[in-house]
Design a protein. Structure first.
Lengths: 487, 256
């Protein structure tokens, strides 16, 4: 255990040194702390008081909602491991076995103030169980729930880090999940009822069932179910961790076949291919694609109104905000040096990044446009292309500015991050506004609609070009600063 | 103001680079004639790589001016980048691309057609013994393979001036020999080669002229012929300026 303690000591030191050195990271944590802290201080006490009242009366609605919130937070807490310095793969060179490496990995997540805040909030949320019939069992079940959510989140991040598992396990599961969701959605109230049945065996429901059980024997079945789920998650965690630590990288990965047929014209073609290849390793784009896929499956059961598809386009862009607003986030300092060695101006580099993003966004929305042609005819499809074009231009215009002023390190096979939650919210609002205006004009009866849409499109194009030029100059001046922030 | 001309030489006058309170390069004055194989030597952290960045426009000097191949060096001088080839210290490669893809994307950016790029890339990879590994991802390539890939990228567009930061580091003897032959041929054809290296035995047989930089200041600049005429080796001159630590204090090492 001395070895683990030593590694963790240095892990802690390296983590906080890194935070202290990057002003942006400090800002990020402060903002997140403020948001989560506000939620905990302003909303949690009232929720917990209500949950305590309900639990004492044998009801579980409020407690279940609280448990669901923390369940989701614990699922995403392992994301913070991306910021640790002493990674498991690097620690493999030391005489430390896999079990101990897993302990180090698990505890390293708690270097992050976000994970600590979630842990503190979770412990506070156990208070209502004092008023439940089964105080001790309820509390223990809740702790088991948090641990299994955390373990599941960690397992997911391990699976994401192994190419073979991503392709053979995660991708099919995601598609099946989306297909099931879409089918339930098309069933209307009947589908919602079926979803409720699924929720009845969800882990948060099992915890509340344990806490309000009239007798000990009544608590046994939900408790054993929870224990079984946690044991399964534990097994999954150990297996996935082992796979991720010892995964052998394939020199000629399978993805090459698909890539080799992609070709982009012009002298920037090679770099555009590289950019689109890198951007598509971020989960945000895949989430958007899954949403479009869900709409596609729902469309098989009946036509959806055009406004739904157009709203989905806006949502997809909002989901892409972090990627668009941090287009250098996947680069290293060395890669930025290469951009400077190549005969490229700053605006060329940004244009290449923008084209790479455009290719991915086009792939995301292609199915939606095809459905529009099939279900509503080519005119409606053109309207959707217009909405997408305006959204793309406005998001890129804002995204280029933020990308050069506030770059933030991102990791492959994770969700993108633009660093500042408030900047991201502002970005998605500003970027989406012109698209929403076009959407509004498309459905208005005004005779000026066409002219207004054309004006918004031209204005978005002009703003984009100005942003490209300005951000390009800024990139040339700030390349070293960007490189340092991404290191 | 330095006068721009159409030579393939390098000229630096009173170049200083500071990072906050640290002066990485102080009052650098250099003149490298076209077609010269120039060695820039010095211990770790002495300012060699910073100098390469200053000479190639990757860094702007705090003071002073640089003229390379007739171009005033500045970070936004695109024309300069077209005529120089640079192998940077960290190779500066893209981790998600293969070696072949690096060359494939580089050529068109320098104005080469795809056919020319492919033809040249095949020849360069063959010369550098990288042909079999051309499909390897950079993040899975060995250190030497990365160096060779970056070198091939530096040569692909047929530059007038080559800047090579530690080109022999991590390179196998066969490839090292090929690179030396190539550099000698290039210099004979009028290409200026500015090379930094720690491997003194290798550069001594390669370069014609050299400078030694210690703690950001050039302390010596002469020709290899002068050194040999004085009955010395490059290593002698180097340690005269850089000093040589004794192993006496490490007596505990190996005392099992």
């Amino acid at each position: 255990m001395a070895g683990i303690a030593l590694i963790l000591e240095y892990q802690w030191r390296a983590f906080w040194r890194r935070v202290a050195r990057t002003r942006q990271r400090v800002q990020f944590y402060l903002t997140l702390f403020a948001l989560l802290g506000w939620a905990f201080v302003a909303m949690l006490p009232a929720r917990l008081a209500r949950a305590a009242d309900e639990l004492s009366a044998g009801q579980t609605t409020s407690m279940e909602a609280v448990l669901w919130a923390f369940y989701v937070l614990w699922l995403f807490a392992p994301v913070e491991d991306a910021n640790v310095s002493l990674t498991s793969r690097r620690l493999r060179t030391y005489p430390v076995d896999v079990g101990r490496l897993l302990i180090v990995r698990t505890l390293s997540v708690f270097c992050s103030p976000v994970a600590l805040l979630i842990a503190a909030g979770s412990l506070i949320s156990l208070w209502p169980f004092l008023f439940a019939r089964q105080t001790a069992l309820g509390g223990a079940a809740a702790l088991l729930l948090f641990a299994s959510a955390f373990g599941f989140g960690m397992s997911a991040s391990h699976v994401l880090s192994v190419g073979e598992l991503r392709r053979s396990l995660l991708a099919p599961l995601a598609v099946i999940g989306v297909a099931l969701g879409a089918v339930l959605f098309t069933r209307g109230p009947q589908g919602i009822e079926q979803l409720r049945l699924v929720a009845a065996v969800s882990p948060p429901h099992l915890v509340s069932a344990v806490s309000v059980a009239a007798t000990l024997s009544a608590a046994v079945i939900p408790l054993l179910t929870l224990v079984a789920v946690s044991a399964a998650v534990g097994g999954l965690l150990f297996w996935s961790f082992r796979r991720s630590v010892f995964a052998q990288s394939d020199k000629h990965a399978l993805g090459r076949a698909a890539d080799s047929v992609l070709w982009f014209p012009g002298r920037f073609g090679g770099l555009v291919r590289k950019e689109q290849h890198e951007f598509r390793k971020l989960l945000d784009l895949w989430l958007g694609l899954l949403l479009v896929l869900a709409v596609g499956i729902a469309s098989l059961f009946g036509p959806l109104p055009p406004i739904v598809r157009q709203a989905i386009i806006v949502i997809v862009f909002v989901m892409n905000t972090h990627v668009i607003m941090n287009c250098f986030g996947l680069n290293t300092g060395a890669e930025l040096t290469r951009y400077s060695i190549l005969p490229l101006r700053g605006r060329d580099v940004l244009l290449i990044k923008n084209l790479g993003l455009t290719v991915n966004v086009a792939a995301q929305l292609a199915l939606l446009i095809l459905i529009a042609v099939w279900r509503s005819g080519p005119i409606e499809a053109v309207a959707e292309v217009l909405v997408a074009a305006v959204l793309l231009l406005s998001h890129l215009a804002w995204g280029n500015l933020v990308s050069v002023t506030s770059p933030f390190k991102m990791q492959f096979y994770r969700f993108a991050s633009s660093g500042q939650p408030l900047t991201a919210m502002a970005g998605s609002t500003i970027g989406s506004a012109p698209g929403v205006i076009v959407l509004f004009m498309l459905h208005s009866e005004s005779s000026w609609s066409a002219a207004m849409i054309a004006a918004v499109l031209l204005l978005s194009l002009a703003v984009y070009l100005v942003s490209l030029h300005h951000s390009g100059r800024s990139f040339e001046r700030r390349r070293h600063v960007i490189g340092e922030r991404l290191s | 103001m330095l006068k721009e001309h159409s030579s393939s030489g390098i000229e630096a006058r009173d170049v200083t680079k500071t990072f906050g309170s640290v002066t990485a390069v102080r009052n650098l004055n250099l003149q490298v004639a076209p077609g010269t194989l120039f060695g820039f030597l010095g211990p770790n952290g002495s300012g060699k790589s910073t100098t390469v960045k200053l000479l190639t426009g990757l860094l702007a000097p705090t003071k002073g001016e640089v003229l390379v191949a007739g171009h005033t060096v500045s970070p936004d001088n695109i024309d300069l980048r077209r005529v120089i080839g640079l192998l940077p210290e960290d190779a500066a490669l893209f981790h998600s691309l293969t070696i072949w893809e690096h060359l494939e994307l580089s050529g068109p950016l320098y104005g080469l057609s795809r056919q020319d790029t492919r033809a040249r890339a095949i020849q360069l990879l063959r010369h550098l013994d990288l042909e079999r590994d051309s499909g390897t991802y950079i993040d899975q390539a060995s250190y030497g393979m990365r160096k060779k890939c970056a070198l091939a990228m530096a040569l692909l567009h047929n530059p007038r001036i080559l800047f090579l930061d530690e080109p022999f580091e991590g390179i196998d003897p066969g490839s090292s020999r090929n690179i030396k032959d190539l550099l000698l041929t290039l210099a004979a054809r009028g290409v200026t080669v500015f090379v930094t290296s720690h491997i003194l035995e290798v550069v001594e047989r390669l370069i014609e002229q050299f400078a030694i930089i210690i703690r950001g200041e050039v302390v010596c600049c002469q020709t290899v012929a002068d050194v040999q005429r004085a009955g010395m080796t490059l290593e002698d001159v180097y340690f005269q300026h850089a000093g040589k630590p004794s192993v006496g204090n490490l007596a505990w090492l190996g005392s099992h």
